[in-house]
Design a binder for this molecule. Sequence first.
Ligand code: NAP
Length: 336
Amino acid sequence: MSLKLGVIGTGAIGQDHIRRCMQTLSGARVSAVNDINPDSAAGAVEKYAPAARIVVDPHQLIASDEVDAVLVTSWGPSHEEFVLGAIRVGKYVFCEKPLATTAEGCRRIVEAEMKHGKRLVQVGFMRPYDTGYRALKAVLDSGRIGDPLMLHCAHRNPRVGKNYSTDMAITDTLIHELDVLRWLLNDDYVSAQVVFPRHSPKALPHLRDPQIVLLETAKGTRIDVEIFVNCQYGYDIQCEVVGELGIAKLPEPSAVLLRSQAARSEAILTDWKERFIAAYDVELQDFIGGVCEGRLRGPSSWSGYAAAVAADACVAAQGTGAVVPIKLPAQPGFYA
Ligand code: NAP
């Protein structure tokens, strides 16, 4: 039997997830679609899920008998409302990051889920499903490079739109590192500081780009993450772990090594959808499998909350330049 999915939000990632559910993954189909812009929903349905129904009211979609589980892929500020709506009717929900735009919003979701008594929420942090990050974690967990002492990371995009603001470098961009590095190190953050190098003339005047975020973990590991969202040359994700006994680096995506015109070169991807395409497939297949088995395994509401607590501190640190403490409450046993 095929799991019936209802999708709220048919922008870039909503359409991509509808495509993968209908064309790539198994065990599920998209049965209902909503977007605040009905023409967008109609376009997505026509392109990828012709048998799906367009539902104008997102809460009707959540409650519908035609929907077994919900995918929330609308813009961030609407996530909390839809995730809480799904929990209220006891349905599984996959929510794109951010789980909510504030740590308080994530906390409300955590509390609602715990009150329900069973995990219903998976957050769309896909990097723990990426084969490169998994290989890196296997090396760290093996002890081959000893304890991690320092991490040097970079998150670079070729360019961003005019609505992208300085705080979005944290809440939209760094949020992926905040989740995956916590998972990679099996550690929590205790402080954050943000420093700004010389402004890139390729960035619009209102946007402070690039920025460097400095994090410290409870075990004393120091992390620097360069965020550079107008780097021009590509979508480039870097992560190097310096341990007591050696260095482990996130593998580059595979690319043909080209010898041509007196140069040796490898293409660099420019589109985030391509960089993590396999990880998105595996994360959503895992969600579908988890729903069918009645046991979700992917990033939880607590992961969404932990990332949001750290993000709030980083945004505060952007404003002051000071070291800002990060205080994450102890993880409830419910999420162990
Ligand atoms: P997008 O292209 O702007 O799409 C968002 C869609 O949601 C738009 O069609 C928007 O309609 C619609 N929408 C807004 N408010 C809504 C509401 N209240 N009810 C129903 N639909 C609503 O953005 P996107 O790039 O797809 O991003 C969507 C979410 O996914 C964001 O939270 C983003 O951070 C996340 N995301 C995650 C990843 C990842 O790597 N995991 C990658 C990309 C995006 P209008 O255009 O008419 O406002």
